[in-house]
Design a protein around this ligand. Structure first.
Ligand code: AMP
Length: 198
């Protein structure tokens, strides 16, 4: 088997764009762990840890957890053995401050992000789908207000990070509308020439 360089990838898109689902498939295709900060926070909330208690209200309100807490968590996670051969971050970085932190962290190891997959979706369609799902699942906490607020936080805090990666030449835009399989194939096709798979 030929040895390939480790793939260090990000996937970015508004809440409800299908990031989590695509992250799982993409990470599997590259043989790297998918690391979701949202999943880590939810796990901590479920287990009632100190971290969970700190972030419970923040996440329920659709706000962002402070950079200091999130950065520390990611530093710890990507320093673990299974991430030495690459990783896919889902839901991080979400602010310009997090981009700066991650860049510095990787630079210190002589590393960099190879590609940033941006899932482009129709926000109105996504909000309508999230509302329908919240109603069907009886998620009373996922009110229309919170759902819309999460989209606003994405537009204000997270969308600006895309410009940074675009300038660095690492942004890969992918049409995120369509079936899970269609979008998954588009992502693999878009990454093929840029990030070799083992
Ligand atoms: P997600 O499942 O990625 O939408 O994350 C769920 C929630 O966790 C978000 O609404 C935020 O409150 C919090 N969260 C996840 N990732 C981050 C991050 N990188 N920075 C700040 N807060 C985050």
């Amino acid at each position: 088997m030929t040895q390939t360089a480790p793939a260090r990838l990000l996937i970015v898109g508004p809440p409800g764009a299908g990031k989590g689902t695509q992250a799982t498939g993409l990470a599997e295709a590259y043989g790297i762990p998918a690391i979701s900060t949202g999943d880590i926070f939810r796990e901590n909330i479920k287990n009632g840890t100190e971290l969970g208690k700190k972030v419970q209200e923040i996440t329920a309100a659709g706000e962002l957890v402070p950079d200091s807490l999130t950065n520390e968590l990611v530093q710890d996670r990507i320093g673990q053995d299974d991430a030495k051969g690459g990783f896919l971050l889902d839901g991080y970085p979400r602010t310009l401050g997090q981009v700066e932190f991650l860049t510095g962290l990787l630079e210190a190891e002589g590393q960099a992000i190879d590609a940033v997959v941006q899932l482009e979706v129709d926000t109105d369609a996504v909000v309508a789908r999230l509302l329908k799902r919240a109603q069907e699942l009886g998620r009373v906490d996922d009110t229309e207000e919170v759902i819309r607020h999460r989209q606003d936080v994405y537009a204000n805090e997270t969308a600006p990070i895309l410009g940074v990666y675009e300038q660095r030449g690492s942004l890969v835009k992918v049409d995120g509308m369509g079936s899970v399989e269609e979008v998954a194939q588009r992502i693999l096709d878009a990454l093929e020439a840029r990030v070799p798979r083992a």
